[in-house]
Design a protein around this ligand. Structure first.
Ligand code: SF4
Length: 265
């Protein structure tokens, strides 16, 4: 098993010294959303630093290929984040392009309570739609009750802990617009099936076959499914076939990690 970009686990307390309009950010980049309901949409990604499961080896997220290390992150104000996202979008896409999508992801963006302020700030600028990706373990203070946050699209991707899925809090299950599960064909893996609660609202459920790496993605390298030195194509193909069969059998949608085929970050 290849563990990439392991970090320490962080909770909301880790960010308590940030100013009221500040966030710890790993990267902001323009790409094509490769997963979930907005798959294929040109998007500006805002990657928050830190995750409560950052110690990937211990927390069971051994498949996670994301670099959200807090030691490599930058403290940014809401204004700096909005400006960076706007400049990226304007410089790289056609002026006639549709309303862009901003994807707020991590790490685990719900560990930073200032996410709510950022959503307010971005929505105030009114030039984009917002999708948030979260593992659903914790939802930032004020997010569930805030009227402007209800305008954002929430994708929850629960992860196992100690080899099992814990129940998703009812209010998180209800608020989630989509719930995505990583799928592994290995029968002993806790990711070989979805938890029972997924069957309560099958229309929300998306299955995402796990990509299996042969080695860690190098610093600055764009991960590609076509790269036979990087991706274990036999194991990954088996996960795709298994996830497709599961989706057909259980009535869920299937979504691949398409960005791995585009050659974009
Ligand atoms: S919860 Fe998500 S971002 Fe965090 S380590 Fe697991 S897969 Fe990666």
């Amino acid at each position: 098993m290849i563990i990439q970009y392991a970090d320490t686990n962080v909770g909301p307390g880790f960010f308590s010294e940030l100013g009221k309009e500040e966030l710890l950010i790993s990267s902001i980049f323009f790409t094509i959303q490769g997963e979930g309901p907005y798959c294929g949409c040109p998007s500006v990604f805002i990657r928050f630093a830190g995750c409560n499961r950052g110690n990937k080896a211990i927390m069971g997220c051994t498949f996670c290929d994301t670099d959200f290390r807090t030691s490599h992150a930058l403290k940014m104000s809401f204004g700096q984040i909005e400006l960076a996202a706007r400049d990226l979008y304007r410089s790289k896409s056609s002026p006639k392009a549709d309303r862009p999508l901003i994807v707020i992801t991590g790490g685990e963006p719900m560990m930073q309570d200032n996410i709510v302020g950022l959503i307010e700030y971005l929505m105030g600028a009114r030039w984009m739609d917002i999708q948030i990706e979260s593992n659903g373990d914790r939802i930032a203070d004020r997010f569930l009750d805030h009227p402007i946050c209800r305008e954002s699209f929430l994708v929850v991707s629960p992860k196992v802990v100690g080899g099992i899925y814990r129940p998703l809090r009812e209010e998180v299950f209800t608020r989630a617009d989509a719930i995505k599960f990583v799928i592994d064909a290995e029968p002993r893996s806790p990711y070989s099936n979805v938890p029972d609660y997924a069957h309560d609202e099958p229309d929300k459920i998306i299955l995402s076959p796990m990509t299996v790496y042969k080695r860690a993605v190098a610093e600055g390298e764009i991960a590609s499914a076509w790269n036979v030195d990087l991706v274990d194509q036999n194991a990954t193909r088996a996960n795709y076939a298994y996830a497709a069969a599961l989706a057909l059998r259980q009535g869920f949608r299937l979504s691949m990690q398409q960005h791995l085929f585009y050659g974009v970050p």
